[in-house]
Structures are given as structure tokens and as C-alpha cells.
Design a protein around this ligand. Sequence first.
Ligand SMILES: NC(=O)c1ccc[n+]([C@@H]2O[C@H](COP(=O)([O-])OP(=O)(O)OC[C@H]3O[C@@H](n4cnc5c(N)ncnc54)[C@H](OP(=O)(O)O)[C@@H]3O)[C@@H](O)[C@H]2O)c1
Length: 332
Amino acid sequence: MGQTPDMMRAVIAEGSGGPEVLKVVQRPVPRPGDGEILVRVKVAGINRPDVIQRQGGYPPPPGAPDILGLEIAGEVVAAGPGAGRFSVGQAIMALVPGGGYAEYAVAHEGNALPVPPGLSLEEAGAIPETYFTVWTNVFDRGRLQAGETFLVHGGTSGIGTTAIQLAKAFGATVIATAGTQEKCDACLRLGADVAVNYRSQDFVAATKDATGGRGADLILDMVGGDYIPRNYDAAAQDGRIVQIAFLQSPKVEVDFRRLMVKRLTHTGSTLRPRSPAEKAVIARALEDRVWPLLAEGRCRPVMDSTFAFEDVVKAHARMDGGEHIGKIVLTL
Ligand SMILES: NC(=O)c1ccc[n+]([C@@H]2O[C@H](COP(=O)([O-])OP(=O)(O)OC[C@H]3O[C@@H](n4cnc5c(N)ncnc54)[C@H](OP(=O)(O)O)[C@@H]3O)[C@@H](O)[C@H]2O)c1
């Protein structure tokens, strides 16, 4: 593989705990297997699931490296057997099951995408995890349609900022919740029709107010806990609720009569354990439906901050602090 070294710098969590458990260590450069490409990583996106993994709550699925990191942007340096879509030197971004916080990473070529024109590599490295997650949960599973009302919790999270923009681009009315006025203002700037500060307003009442009493057709929730019964209240008749995390709690007492009477659908999913083939289906849908929007500037990752690779501890501390709006990335 030409000039590729044998060893590289990579970030692992030594034990579990706060950002300080993250260590930059030496690891062998991975070799691309069947259908895989080797990428010289220039940008590694940081996601909340990395924080949960660091805290010991989200171990890598079988076969995934213990090196952190679920999304990368960089340059293709080699292709494994049967991988032929991208040429050496091409700039790509990719969803990876782990291994992103490193100088080199392997990606399944079906889970990689070209960088749309006009986008920087930093922006590209901030895209895969949230775009794949939003597409599969909001549009596939949640079946959001133009003209419907979409309620997204955590409106300024990486996921939330992506969900607001894509839902607006596809013609939905968007209600977003966030924990400060500054974050609510950011949601409105991104295109949300209504932003609800959940610390000072009841999101159920605000959703009802905004929809003439109907409620939201689709709710994307990462909070859980007491949001579960409240989402049932905020949902419209025949509404859908898609659960992607439980930042508050996965356990709660719920009166399910509301689900039955309103004919609600409550579902959820996780992205990381899915097979490369399943993720490739999402990648193709994104390339067809969303990449033209990125190229036209109709959606764009919201960049909170960029940290040097060596400052990964500071980058995780920024996410732990919870003041960020949009995406945090590492550059190499
Ligand atoms: N299922 C999947 O496939 C999948 C994939 C990717 C991510 N996720 C999940 O999606 C969530 C967002 O990920 P991300 O990377 O976008 O994270 P992020 O940028 O760190 O956002 C987390 C957001 O949650 C809100 N929040 C934090 N703790 C909360 C609490 N206890 N109650 C209410 N809100 C809280 C914060 O907003 P406020 O300050 O406004 O409260 C923040 O905007 C994470 O939970 C992550 O695990 C799931």
C-alpha cells in the first residue's frame, strides 16, 4: 500500500469515565478487507454515542475496533479486494462502526460517499452519523411527509440540527425543543417554525398551540423518561414516535391507553450494529435524495467547534459541557 506506514496514532478509552480516560496510543494501521477502502483520516466527527462508549455504556459491536469514532472524512489511500468505486486520492466521507479517531481507518465502500461540491472536509466529517441516523429514523421509519408537523427534541444536538434542516427541506413544519433561549434562537435560524425552551415552557402545550390542538405527526426523541408519556400527549392521531436514545431514562411508568386511543406507532432503532449492507441502503438513499440538497447549500452541517486530534480530551469535555450547538470535530 505504497507509502502507508505500519503504525498510526489512535484514540482509545483506557477504562471508563470522564474525558481524561481518552488516550492517544499507537496502533497498527488497519488493512482493507473485501469491499473496504483504507482512508487517511483528515477529520473525525464526535458524537454523543462516543461519549456514552467512553463512559462504559455503549461497547463496540462484535468485530468493531475499540478505537473510538463513528464518522470520518479524508482521502482514499488503498482499496481492498472487490472495492472499486473510489479512486486513490479521492476525498470521501464515511460511516464506520468504530475506528474513526485515528490517522487511518477502514470503511466499507458502500458506507462511504463522495464529498459534495462546496463542502469543506471539516463539514464532510461532521455529516455521516447524523445524516444516516436522521434519514433512517425520520424518513424511513418515521415516514415524514411534506405538510406534516415534526417535533424534534434536542434541536441543537448534532442530530437535531440535521433533523430540522432535512425536515424543512422536505416540506414539514418543524417544532424543536432545546434547553436555553440561545439554543432556541439557533433552532429558529436553522429553519424551525417553533422553538420551545423546555425549561420554561411545556412542550406538550406548545405543540398543541402550534398545531391548533392536533399535535405532531412525527416525534423524534432522544430523551425518554417522562418524555415518553408526554410525547404520547403531544402526538397527533395516528402519530409516530421514533426513539433514538434515552438521555433521561429508558424506564418509566406509562399509561398505554393514549397509544391505543390515538393509534400511535412508537418505534426506535440504533444505527451502529446494522450490517454494512443495511447501512449501504441508507447511503444510497442519502446520495439520491440529500446530496443534491447539500450541493445546493439547502442543508449544511452546523459546526460548533474544531479541535486538534491531540486535544480529544478537550473536545469531549466540550460535548460533556452541553453548551455546544451542532457538531464538534477533530482534525488530523
Ligand atoms: N439510535 C441511533 O442510531 C443514534 C445515532 C446517533 C445518535 N444517537 C443519539 O442521539 C442523541 C444525540 O446525539 P448527538 O451526537 O447529536 O448529541 P449531542 O449533540 O451531544 O446532543 C445531545 C442533546 O441532548 C440534549 N440533552 C442532553 N441531556 C439531556 C437530558 N437529560 N434531557 C434532555 N435533553 C438532554 C442537549 O440539549 P439541551 O441542552 O437543549 O438539553 C443536547 O442538544 C444522543 O443521545 C445519541 O446517543 C442515536
